[in-house]
Design a protein around this ligand. Sequence first.
Ligand SMILES: [Zn+2]
Length: 133
Amino acid sequence: MRIEGAGGCFDNRVYELDIDVAWNIIMLSINEMGVTIDSIDEEKRLIHFHNKKKIMQIAVQQLDDETIQIIMDATKERLQIYNWKKETKEVNLFYELFENKLREYRAFILCPQCHAKISSLVKFCPECGTKVK
Ligand SMILES: [Zn+2]
């Protein structure tokens, strides 16, 4: 469900995914957003970060054995009452990066050394340790 308000945007999306995998993909995605990370709470699965204009946070929640929910919230640092421009850029960027990486993660490649079926996102084969990329 997406909520767009004055100078901000909130969105939550549900995925069938292991929460540790989701967390890793989230970290990779945030690293590509050009933001500064303020705090990471691994236990609560909560990340706070910002760029020049917005304060953002991402939370991951386990819904059931196979399902997780990722919540992202972005708010302008200073609210501009008379600004009707949509402020969805960062939220859209995050989900786009995340979903692209998730597709990559779910795509498999064969290790050139041991021919194990491995995720196309890993740098080293988890079976034999060969550098893949
Ligand atoms: Zn291998």
